[in-house]
Design a protein around this ligand. Structure first.
Ligand SMILES: Cc1ncc(COP(=O)(O)O)c(C=O)c1O
Length: 434
């Protein structure tokens, strides 16, 4: 073990990046090649990090190999979308069968009603559903449905919330879909209720995640969600839960365990078995607006909404990979892992903690409660970066921002090795983490 002594965090991070650069010449070359035709060599912002991101060549189960030949244990699980791992036989079989029967048929297929039946059976608020190609698109459609239904224009989101490419409510971001936004504060009952009441007559919907996912795995407190449920019902406002990430947290999504049922729900990620996917759903009073048999039907276009690869993989995902029993198992494993990781931080008394619920975990380099994005923002980002680079060197793949999402094929050996790697980081870098 390489114990860090008398070195600053900046120096340790510089050294880690230098070492990373030396170890990854093929990733660097790929990044440089990409940086010509694509700005910054990137087509998905979250994947970029300084000095350059790793490029993967291959994945199998919960293992990844980069173009320089390093093998990683995958603790990121494609930001929650990769719950099945990278080569699940049920997904491969479903996609191969769909491919062989012909793609892009320009008409209905028999997968659609089956997939819709599975989704609506699973998530309590989704009595009817429509499919999209991404979680972003699902949220665009859900918000637009609420606007159409209520005839109101305002949309309440949470400060620093995230609902996709054009719904990023972090300070300084200015590329959002042009709805008329009003801001609540996550887990702040009084401030959010006051803002909601001040605009009650103009609000079409309130949209939030029942646990912030990409925002640092910060669970909503039950009284906060209950307040939103009560106020939105009272004022005729559509309550939308973005469960693009959190739907994995129980067989029926986070709404089912919390017992707070929204009017609409959006899905994405793993539900489509790893293919491009999104969905929005709710009660027939809302979703029925799209019934094309109605003279006044709302249109819902999308060339790939019913594409056979997603429909087939989604059916396999819900019936053969992430069954209700598997959802319970994986979330139980996640709870245990988070407990072990926090025990490591406590044992060595460092400013580090692991938040989340079930199979979604995030690391924050700080002490004290993390109840809102403003708490998470107090974390030591350089220490978090150092953890990321140290874990890479120990052959673990997590998000640069410290997020982890477990996948079905991870084994007990993987979990034990991960806890050991985090402990090694804590011991070797302890002087920088207090
Ligand atoms: C909570 C939440 N909503 C929406 C999205 C957007 O989904 P997509 O990337 O499929 O557009 C994401 C993606 O990370 C998300 O985390």
């Amino acid at each position: 073990m390489n114990v860090t002594r008398n070195i600053t965090l900046d120096a340790a991070l510089d050294e880690a990046k230098r070492e990373y650069t030396d170890r990854n010449p093929a990733s660097l070359a790929n990044h440089q090649k990409a940086a010509g035709p694509m700005p910054g060599g990137n087509t998905r912002t979250v994947l970029f990090y300084d000095p350059f991101p790793v490029t993967f060549a291959r994945g199998e189960d919960a293992r990844l190999w980069d173009v320089d030949g390093h093998e990683y244990r995958d603790f990121l699980g494609e930001y929650t979308a990769g719950i099945a791992g990278h080569s699940h036989p049920a997904i491969r079989r479903a996609v191969t069968q769909a491919l062989e029967a012909g793609i892009n048929m320009g008409g209905h297929n028999t997968y659609e009603p089956r997939f819709a039946e599975l989704v609506t059976a699973r998530f309590p608020s989704m009595q009817q559903v429509r499919f999209t190609n991404s979680g972003t698109e699902a949220n665009l459609l859900a918000i637009s449905t609420a606007v159409a239904k209520t005839g109101r224009k305002k949309v309440m989101v949470m400060r620093s919330g995230y609902h996709g490419a054009v719904f990023t409510f972090s300070p300084g971001v200015n590329i959002n879909a042009p709805f008329d936004y009003v801001y609540g504060i996550y887990n702040d009952i009084d401030a959010t209720r006051a803002e909601l009441r001040a605009h009650a007559g103009e609000l079409a919907c309130v949209i939030l995640e029942p646990m912030l996912g990409g925002g640092g795995c910060i669970p909503a407190e039950l009284p906060f969600l209950q307040m939103l449920r009560e106020e939105t019902s009272r004022h005729g406002i559509v309550l939308i839960f973005d469960e693009v990430m959190t739907s994995r947290l129980s067989p029926g999504g986070l709404q089912a365990v919390l017992g707070v049922i929204p009017d609409m729900t959006t899905l994405g990620k793993y539900v489509g078995g790893g293919m491009s996917f999104g969905a929005f759903g709710g009660a027939p009073e809302l979703m029925g607006l799209f019934d094309p048999r109605r003279a006044d039907a709302l249109p819902h276009a999308g060339t790939f909404n019913n594409n056979v690869l997603t429909m087939a993989a989604g059916i396999a995902s819900l019936t053969e990979v992430y069954t209700p029993a598997e959802a319970d198992r994986l979330n139980g494993v996640g709870e245990a892992l988070r407990g072990r990781l926090n025990a490591v931080a406590q044992k060595h008394d460092v400013a580090m903690q692991f938040t989340g619920r079930g199979s979604m975990i995030a690391v924050h380099m700080l002490r004290g409660p993390v109840r809102a994005p403003s708490d998470a923002a107090r974390g030591n980002m350089k220490a978090r970066d150092l953890l990321f680079f140290d874990l890479l060197r120990s052959n673990f793949w997590i998000a640069r921002r410290g997020m982890m999402a477990l996948s079905v094929p991870l084994t007990q050996d993987d979990y034990d090795a991960y806890v050991a790697a985090v402990e090694e980081f804590v011991v070797s870098r302890r002087s920088l983490l207090v």
